[in-house]
Design a protein around this ligand. Structure first.
Ligand SMILES: [Zn+2]
Length: 113
């Protein structure tokens, strides 16, 4: 893991150059209700790593601070990509709703510490 500010390699999450501690960022992905009661598989990727989430489930994904590419594909709309920039120690909540994803971009909500 490298420092988000100066690029120096971290030692136990500590940047020797900035003399500051760097923490992992967290993305909480929570999927809301079913699509007409039908369980539709929803796949998404973060930086090319594949995830699958069922309705009502929540995934907590630790990420290295910095910019990440969130992508998902749904048959009727094809593949979409959004970038998310996370600072160290930040936690974002992403609520995934099958129909919201068709009509709007996913929203990443910064959580209070
Ligand atoms: Zn640094």
């Amino acid at each position: 893991m490298f420092c988000i500010k100066c690029g120096e390699e971290l030692k136990d999450g500590y940047c020797p150059k900035c003399k500051e501690k760097r923490e992992m960022a967290t993305l909480i992905v929570s999927r809301t209700g079913n699509a007409f009661g039908v369980v539709v598989d929803l796949n998404f990727e973060i930086d090319g790593v594949k995830y699958n989430i069922l309705p009502g489930k929540t995934l907590t994904i630790p990420l290295i601070p910095g910019e990440h590419v969130f992508s998902y594909s749904i048959e009727v709309i094809g593949k979409r990509e959004v970038n998310i920039k996370m600072a160290d120690g930040e936690t974002y909540l992403l609520k995934l709703d099958f129909f919201d994803l068709i009509y709007s971009k996913p929203k990443f909500i910064l959580q209070e510490k």
